[in-house]
Write a protein that binds this ligand. Structure first.
Ligand SMILES: O=C(O)CCC(=O)C(=O)O
Ligand SMILES: [Fe+2]
Length: 488
């Protein structure tokens, strides 16, 4: 593996160092910061010596409350510790103290924290990946992630490659979500819109968002032919030979395209599935290079579907704004232009279902997600009271869930709930999730009106939308980690 700049920190837990007296001075140099970093003062980090250009010159630095030795191996990067702002240092310090070694976003760079026998090495991945959000994918590695690998080992007697084996897939308790108390709530959009029944249905919607984070939406008004066309065309696309699909392959520096996403390390376990990720709205953001030209109706079907689902999402957000007692316009302003992405998940069958996962446990980074079951195979499970609950999607209904962004905007009123997808032993499964995002210049943070209602106490940090999304895409899917990390 080719590394960019690496900084080596002696892990205090492995080889404790005598604490050094608090450093004085330091701070960020004046002038514009490199790599798009804002130029912030850095009281916590004070290099003991001037950064050296010689490889492997140890330095003692203070990272938050920790004293660590630094070795810069290779060429020192322009963005060294003393160029980082307090929150970035805090983020590193947090990882070190929690002994959580993974990818973190530092400024505009993706750094990977790796633990070796004696040290913690921080590797700057940005140069390797080309740009942020790509995840770590060498061409060779990307090849190995292909769906065909999964398909070739689909016989009951065949060994599943180790990187797909997920011990937790078959061991955690799973409850059938069809019972009176275990089925996710069903919300009827026609009833919400009818003045006679609206109040009662709105109370159900509130309860669903507060306690479940999930509901099924029926009578949503999206014409049947719009749904059947999109189902047909998505199914057709995944039936194409691999080479044809590869024409739309996700490049390492993009979110969009066909392939595996959220792959950030060679050691990471892989999901038993393929994805097609497209940006649907605003229309000018579409990159048609990734929009399949076959089947020929694909683009038209997607256009109609995007328009209809955006209408549904907007309508739901208006009801939710009213429920929270905020001006609908102030909530809708965050979603100006109705940015919308689609992720189509294709899960090949796997005879050894208890050994693999179709999609790792995660929360969606969005406001609202509308999930359509493209074929009639079930596989969605949500985390409820520590157990996994299966979701039985009603035909033609949308399974809607609250994403991290809405949990944060609502200052914790609504919950973004962890979910995952399991695979079927004999049948392929296809699902299509439409994510409703904030506009590019939005801030993701509790709505000021709600903070005031809550006695001036925001429960979450506020962050520029673009940073929020980079943070999400640069890590592997990991339950509620993204939204928990936003808590104050
Ligand atoms: O396939 C499913 O049921 C879940 C899909 C999902 O959670 C997602 O795409 O975010
Ligand atoms: Fe999801």
């Amino acid at each position: 593996m080719a590394h960019g700049t690496a900084q080596t920190y002696h892990n205090p837990a492995v080889s404790p160092r005598a604490p050094l007296p608090a450093a004085t001075g330091g701070g960020a140099p004046a002038g514009p910061a490199p790599d798009g970093l804002t130029n912030c003062a850095v009281p916590e980090v004070a290099p003991r010596r001037a950064p050296s250009t010689a490889a492997r010159t140890p330095q003692s630095v203070r990272v938050g409350a920790l004293e660590v030795d630094t070795v810069i191996s290779g060429k020192p990067r322009i963005c060294d510790m003393d160029m980082l702002c307090t929150s970035q240092i805090d983020e590193i310090a947090n990882c070190l103290t929690r002994q959580k070694y993974e990818h973190i976003l530092v400024g505009t760079s993706l750094w990977r924290i790796v633990r070796t026998a004696e040290d913690i090495v921080i590797i700057d991945f940005t140069k390797e990946c080309g740009s942020l959000g790509s995840g770590y994918q060498s061409q060779e590695f990307f090849q190995a992630c292909k769906k065909e690998l999964a398909l070739t080992c689909n016989r009951p007697d065949q060994q599943i490659p180790d990187r797909y084996i997920r011990p937790e897939a078959g061991t955690e308790e799973v409850i059938c979500g069809q019972g009176i108390n275990t089925a996710i709530p069903v919300i009827d959009l026609a009833k919400l819109l009818n003045p006679q029944s609206s109040q009662e249905e709105c109370a159900k919607l509130r309860s669903a968002c507060q306690h479940w984070g999930f509901f099924q939406l029926v009578n949503h008004g999206v014409p049947d032919d719009v749904i059947s066309d999109v189902r047909r065309d998505l199914t057709e696309f995944f039936k194409l030979p691999l080479e044809a699909k590869e024409a739309y392959a996700k490049p390492p520096d993009k979110y969009e395209g066909y392939g595996q996403h959220f792959v950030v390390s060679e050691k990471q376990k892989l999901d038993w599935g393929d994805l097609l990720h497209l940006r649907l709205r605003p229309t000018e953001s579409r990159d048609l290079r990734f929009w399949p030209a076959h089947p020929s109706s694909f683009r038209n079907s997607m256009e109609r579907y995007s328009l209809e689902t955006a209408k549904v999402a907007r309508c739901l957000l208006e009801f939710l704004a009213m429920d929270m007692g905020v001006d609908p316009e102030s909530l809708l302003e965050v979603f100006r232009g109705q940015p919308q992405n689609m992720r189509v998940n294709y899960y090949p069958p796997c005879r050894q279902t208890g050994k693999v996962l179709g999609l790792s446990p995660h929360c969606d980074a969005t406001s609202l997600t509308l999930l359509l079951h493209v074929n009639d195979v079930q596989g969605l499970q949500i985390r409820k009271d520590g157990k996994w609950l299966t979701v039985e999607a009603l035909d033609g209904a949308f399974v809607v869930n609250v994403g991290d962004m809405l949990e944060i905007l609502s200052n914790g009123r609504y919950r973004s709930v962890e979910h995952r997808a399991v695979v079927h032993p004999e049948k392929e499964r296809i699902s299509a999730a439409v994510f409703h995002q904030a506009c590019r210049d939005a801030t993701v943070g509790p709505l000021p009106e709600l903070v005031t209602k809550d006695g001036g106490r925001p429960v979450y940090k506020s962050m520029a939308y673009e940073d929020f999304m980079k943070r999400f895409f640069s890590a592997k899917l990991d339950g509620r980690a993204n939204v928990e990390g936003m808590k104050i």
